[in-house]
Structure formats: C-alpha cells, structure tokens
Design a protein around this ligand. Structure first.
Ligand code: 4AD
Ligand code: MG
Length: 434
C-alpha cells in the first residue's frame, strides 16, 4: 500500500507511488486524456489519466467524477515546471468515496454567485481557494499574537463568556437567561484581565466577544474574537508601544509565512511591507484638525465615525495611534489625563488603507473614589462591580492594556472589503446561519 501523502508534501515523493485523499476540484477532458484537479485542504494537484495506461473501469470512474465528489487517488508523483504547484500525479487508480449525482450537484460552481447565496452556503464556500487562503492567514495572525505574548512573559488567563455586567456600555449587551437570573455575553475580557494582571503581572486573554451591534457596516460583527493584553504598572505609553510592536510582529510574520495565501487573495503586499516601526502618533486634537480640513462635520467632543477613521487612516502609510480622546466618548474605566482631565489616557490604532480601528485600549482608572464616581455617572449596577472595585481597594497600581479585534486585522492584512469573510461562520445583525 503506497503512503498517504498530503498535497503540500508531494515534493518529497517524486517518482513514487502515493495516495492522495481529497475532493474533485475540476475536471478537463481532452480525447484520451483526463485532467482531474484534486484538492485535499493542503493544496491542489492536477492528475493525469491516460486511457491506455489504466483499466477501462478506472478511466470511466474518473470521467464521471463531479465537482466535490470525495476520492482516494493512487498515482505516481511527477515534477513538472508547467504544472500548478510544480507537480502532477500520474493516476493509476481512483476509489470513489462519494459520487455527487448530476441531478443534485454541488451548489457552488465556478460561475459567479451573489454574496447572499455564498453566505447561505458558507459551510461549503469555505472549501474555495480564496476562503482557504483567508483561513490560513487568520490562523497565522492568531498564532503570531499568541507567540508574541508568550515570548514576552505574558500568562494566558481565560476570562468568562457569561458575565454579570457590561464592560463596553449597556447598549450593545446580549442578555441571556441564566437559570433564575440574567447574564450577559462578554463584550471584552478586560475587567477580568485587570484582576489577572494583579495576579501574574502581564496577562492576556483570547476569546470570542459579543456586541449587540445594530449597525450594518463592513466592520461590525456581533460575535468577534479579541486578543487582550493587560500589564500591571504600565501607563498609556507602554500600552501604545506594546500595541505597535504587536502589530508590526504580526504583519512581518504573515509576510514571512503566508506569501502564497496573500498571492491567492491578490493582495498588494507593498503597503504591508511599509508597516515598519515606529508608527505615527497623533493626539485626538490633531486628528480633529485633519478631519475638519478634509471637510468632516465632526466637532471636538464627538467620537469618530467610520468615515472619519477612513479619512485618517488613508493619510498614513502605516497604522496610526490616535490618543487622548475626550473622556465622554470613552468607557467608564479609562484613566483621565492628569494634565487635562477632560481627555482620557486612551489609544485607538487605525489601520492604513482606510481600514479604520483595529485596536482600542489605554490606561485604567486606578483610583477607588474616581472609579466609584464613574460607575455611578454611567448608571452601572454598583453591586455587579464590587469585585472590580476590590482591585482598587487592595493594592491598586497603575495598569494599562488594549484589545485587538482579530477580524479587523484579518480584513486589513488580507485586503478584504468586509469582515464577513474574515471569520469562518460570521454572526451579524441579519445573519445567524449556517
Ligand atoms: O475598542 P473596543 O470596544 O475596546 C474594548 O473592548 C476594550 N475593553 C479592550 C481592552 O482594552 N482590553 O474593542 C477593541 C477592538 C476594536 O479596536 C476592534 O478591533 C474590535 O475590538 N471590535 C470589533 N470587531 C468586529 N466587530 C465589532 N462589532 C467590534 N467591536 C470592536
Ligand atoms: Mg474602540
């Protein structure tokens, strides 16, 4: 029995008989020759079936293969400069695991389909070259984030999904029944990260987060994944440096390891290659001047809209760190700037090429009295925050951190129009299936 080989590894088996397990991607016929394309999740290889070289049975079996029928193919690997991927498979036998009948064909054909149709068939659409490339880049980005923090002495501390209170404002909470009580799906692991930072010094969490976002934009999901570091004794500047180093590390890693995927996505890599440290830093006040010059309606005190972020991020050739927004547009836990209490010690990182915010964070309010005041002003349920206030009662220290949305980063690095393709099964205002 020849060895079972993944298509990505066939280069090590030239001249040898191997078994490839996969699906029929496409089939071309030319007289006494059949050219089936097989994919196995690791790559695509063209098979060559010569009528005179195989039994009539094998030839007939390959000839009737339909798109996405599952197969186990035996053949000899041959190097060929002209071939897709550089190798071909001289097929000697094919075992058909399932033949998809012609009257009930695979729904996604090589022709153009509308986006809603593709989204409805997301469970199948994932098999396409393009979606597989995105999945590969997403995987690399997540791995790079994990490596970045692990190599710097951070401890991964998992934070809960069911939470008793809001972290990022009460308007985007998903409420769920929790036995006789109510709970909310987490909007961010940050509050728990702050507890963990006091335990281990440098921590991060990585998990799904939920926002009942009523906005139907190309940047918003209702369920998205966030990586969130939190560091004891850190200030705003430390958080900014950590964020830019993380982003530069992630971009460099993807460029080093996922060129093939970026190519499949037709991503122009030049803008990614210019993402070198340091990134520009811009105060909210200076950002405001740029926006007003460009004709934005925004006034001091307002939060940036999607268009404002796009204008700003198009101005720079690499991510830009915008710091010190007015406290009134930011979350209750933000520390005020001692030099200017009306602004918060916070930072948003905007990705270039118009992609907008990918990171939000900053320095936390470490003072007990002020935090109590903020909780009251924001009409948050005091009881649910008692444990959080304990962190300010028992050895409070300055600390800072941020959250980076994985899907926003995938969209930017892959050069995608919309976040719906950045996550395997997107959840949005009007989409809960498949
Ligand atoms: O700016 P946000 O709301 O910050 C926080 O949640 C902080 N508690 C994080 C922290 O300091 N630990 O969200 C952080 C990032 C955004 O910059 C964006 O990348 C992403 O999360 N994000 C979303 N991504 C997709 N869909 C949404 N609806 C998102 N909302 C935020
Ligand atoms: Mg934000």
């Amino acid at each position: 029995m020849p060895p079972i080989v993944e298509i990505r590894n066939v280069s090590g088996f030239v001249g040898q008989e191997v078994v490839v397990q996969g699906w029929l991607y496409n089939l071309r016929e030319s007289g006494k020759l059949l050219f089936p394309l097989f994919r196995d999740g690791t790559g695509i290889i063209q098979g060559v079936v010569v009528k005179s070289a195989v039994t009539a049975d094998v030839f007939a079996r390959v000839r009737e293969l339909t798109q996405e029928s599952s197969v186990r193919v035996t053949g000899k690997v041959r190097a060929d400069q002209r071939a897709l991927g550089g190798f071909e498979l001289d097929v000697s036998d094919v075992e058909v695991l399932q033949l998809i009948p012609l009257d009930h064909p695979y729904p996604i054909t090589p022709k153009e389909h509308g986006i809603e149709f593709l989204m409805d068939h997301r469970h199948l659409w994932l098999r396409s070259v393009r979606q597989r490339a995105i999945l590969g880049v997403r995987h690399e980005i997540i791995k790079a984030c994990r490596d970045f923090f692990d190599e710097r002495g951070f401890t991964l501390v998992d934070t809960p999904i069911f939470t008793p209170a809001a972290c990022e404002g009460t308007t985007t909470l998903f409420e769920v029944n929790y036995f006789e009580d109510k709970a909310y799906l987490t909007q961010s692991g940050q509050l728990y990260n702050e507890a963990a930072a006091a335990a281990v010094g440098k921590t991060y969490c990585f998990g799904p987060t939920f926002r009942a976002e009523k906005s139907k934009t190309r940047r918003h999901l209702t369920e998205f994944w966030m990586i969130e570091p939190e560091v004891a004794f850190a200030h705003l500047d430390d958080a900014m440096t950590l964020a830019e180093e993380l982003i530069a590390f992630v971009v460099e890693r993807v460029l080093a390891r996922r060129r093939a995927e970026l190519k499949a996505l037709e991503r122009n890599v030049a803008p990614l290659e210019s993402c070198k440290l340091p990134f520009p830093r811009l105060s909210y006040d200076d950002a405001m001047k740029i926006l007003q010059e460009k004709g934005s309606e925004i006034q001091w005190g307002g939060d940036f809209g999607g268009t404002d972020e796009t204008i700003l991020s198009e101005k720079f050739d690499r991510p830009v760190l915008v710091h010190r927004y007015p406290s009134q547009v930011k979350a209750f836990y933000m520390a005020p700037d001692p030099a200017r209490p009306e602004v918060a010690l916070c930072v948003d990182v905007l990705a270039p090429e118009g992609y907008g915010e990918i990171v939000g964070g900053g320095e936390r309010l470490a003072d007990y009295e002020l935090l109590v005041k903020r909780i009251e002003e924001n009409q948050l349920p005091r009881q649910a925050f008692e444990w959080y206030l304990d962190l300010r009662r028992y050895g409070t220290v300055p600390h800072a951190g941020f959250g980076m949305g994985i899907e926003r980063v995938v969209a930017w690095i892959c050069g995608l129009e919309h976040v719906r393709e950045t996550i395997p099964f997107p959840r949005m205002l009007y989409r809960l299936t498949p």
